[in-house]
Every structure is written in structure tokens, then in C-alpha cells.
Design a protein. Structure first.
Ligand code: FMN
Length: 99
């Protein structure tokens, strides 16, 4: 059962790229983010996912693509506080440059 989103959305097609961030929950996309992706299926631009996790986000990107449906999804930026993908400013800058 997904939560109802309470914020209203702007007209999304005015944006070329939308960054969609969220926490990793049980290795996967968090429920409010899933509901957000379900709400924006008409968006024509690029979705760039990023996530935070404690230790493991290895399946997050594939799970995100699955929930994204018809949306176009870029390779995301995924960091862990205790795992092998710790935050590095250079990596973030390189990811942003590729978008
Ligand atoms: C319900 C729930 C499930 C979570 N599952 C995972 C998980 O599978 N892997 C992981 O590395 N972190 C997991 N976390 C940690 C969150 O990703 C983390 O809380 C989030 O990135 C925010 O970071 P913070 O708690 O340091 O503020 C989980 C957190 C919650 C509340």
C-alpha cells in the first residue's frame, strides 16, 4: 500500500532532467518515491536517481528502473555511509557532468 503524496507537482515537462533522491529501504526504492514515479509517468525528460543507504544499495538502480515504468532513467548516484560506495565530492561532480 503506497502513501498518498500531499505536495502538488509543478508542470514537469518544463524540465529537461529531474533528480529523484531517496533512501534505500530493504535494498529497494522507498514507498513515497515509488508513488512519485507512478504519478509522473507522462514526463518526457530524463530522470536521474540518487540514493543514500547505510551499507547496501546494489539492487536500487534496477529496482528504480522497474518502478519507473515508461520513464527514461539515467545511471544514478548511489552512496552508502558504511558500505563500499562512500560519498566523494569528485564522484558526485563527475556524475552531474554526465547528466
Ligand atoms: C525501513 C528502512 C529500511 C532500510 N533498509 C536499508 C537497506 O536495505 N540497506 C541499507 O543500506 N540501508 C537501509 N536503510 C537505511 C536508510 O537507507 C537510511 O536511513 C537513509 O539512507 C537515511 O540515512 P540516515 O538514516 O543516516 O539519515 C533502511 C532504513 C529504513 C528506515
Amino acid at each position: 500500500q503506497l502513501p498518498t503524496l500531499t505536495n502538488s507537482l509543478p508542470k514537469l515537462n518544463q524540465y529537461d532532467v529531474i533528480l529523484v533522491g531517496g533512501p534505500v529501504w530493504n535494498g529497494n526504492v522507498a514507498a513515497p518515491v515509488i508513488e512519485f514515479l507512478r504519478n509522473i509517468q507522462e514526463y518526457q525528460g530524463l530522470i536521474a536517481p540518487f540514493s543514500t543507504a547505510w551499507s547496501d544499495s546494489d539492487h536500487y538502480q534496477a529496482n528504480f528502473v522497474n518502478w519507473a515504468g515508461r520513464l527514461q532513467v539515467a545511471d544514478g548516484f548511489h552512496i552508502t555511509t558504511h558500505g563500499s560506495h562512500q560519498f566523494k565530492a569528485n564522484n558526485l561532480a563527475a556524475w552531474l557532468r554526465k547528466l
